[in-house]
Design a protein around this ligand. Structure first.
Ligand code: PMP
Length: 280
């Protein structure tokens, strides 16, 4: 298959799938998701993503319709149906199917999967960013489907010819990006926002922190501000779909580019981990 949609056991090309109108996702966006890349039919960091999906679901009292092991097995089986092993693998669980009502009866969630071709590349090209006020609510640590502010910020970045929007709270505290985490290097050390309810605890963020510690780069999980972002030696952006990228411009102003060696070592370490974990 060229791409694949899955809904509660039904499988087909994505464009041919249809979903019941009363899936609570249609009325409320009532669900959680996770996603990551696949290479050589091997899904990268799958257990970490599945753990986060189950954590997101538990925080919203959404009942998972299958065990972690069964989900892992299902996803590994589904990727094998695709014509290529270079893929983006996305899965979500919605609260269930019922007539529209804000409150709910406990019921098994609906499982969706979407798989399509995607090649990881472009790690060595600098990216450009904008800043945008973070107007989201206070559950950003839960990977919910309610992404309207993220979508608006992402579109604003695109219209500005940039790849991402760095979000900040009133007062200037940098949180994360619209669909990535953001970090800075200063004095040869890494600074990244702590994993409270203002950011998504990114799987790639966790890999970056491990890579830095392995390389002897001190890591500080503490809030930093817009002024520090603009003054940083390097600005890093991480996500499952792009691994790690470095920014050379924010709001049209030049940033980073002052720790070239460290930047290359970090990028190399993360790339090597990804390539070796996804060998045939
Ligand atoms: N923050 C947000 C808001 C995101 O949507 C994502 C992408 N899932 C990330 C951070 C990065 O997380 P990960 O490294 O797990 O893909």
């Amino acid at each position: 298959m060229q791409d694949l949609g899955y809904y509660n056991g039904k499988i087909g090309p994505i464009e041919e799938m249809s979903i019941p109108m009363n899936d609570r996702v249609c009325w409320f966006g009532d669900g959680v998701y996770d996603a990551g890349p696949c290479r050589n039919y091997r899904i990268f960091a799958l257990d970490e993503h599945i753990d986060r999906l189950f954590r997101s679901a538990a925080m919203l009292d959404i009942r998972m319709p299958l065990s972690k092991e069964a989900l892992r097995e299902l996803l590994n089986d589904l990727v094998r149906k695709l014509d290529t092993g270079e893929l983006f693998v996305y899965y979500q669980v919605t609260r269930g199917t019922a007539m529209r009502s804000h409150d709910y009866e406990p019921m098994p969630g609906n499982l969706w999967v979407m798989i399509r071709p995607a090649v990881q590349s472009g790690f060595d090209k600098p990216i450009q960013l904008i800043t945008a006020e973070d107007t989201r609510y206070f559950h950003c640590n839960i990977k919910t489907l309610n992404l309207i502010p993220n979508i608006m910020a992402s579109q604003k970045a695109k219209l500005a010819g940039c790849q991402e929007a760095v979000l900040y709270r009133p007062g200037g505290r940098v949180t994360e990006c619209s669909h990535s985490n953001v970090h800075i290097l200063q004095g040869g050390e890494l600074y990244t926002a702590p994993t409270d309810e203002l950011i998504l605890p990114g799987i790639t963020r966790a890999h970056l922190l491990r890579a830095c510690r392995d390389l002897g780069i001190p890591v500080h999980e503490e809030p930093f501000r817009l002024e520090e972002l603009f003054a940083a030696e390097e600005v890093l952006v991480t996500s499952s779909s792009k691994l790690v990228c470095f920014a050379d411009r924010i709001d049209g102003r030049p940033v980073g580019g002052r720790q070239e060696k460290l930047k290359d070592r970090i990028r190399q370490a993360m790339l090597e981990e990804y390539l070796s974990a996804t060998q045939p």
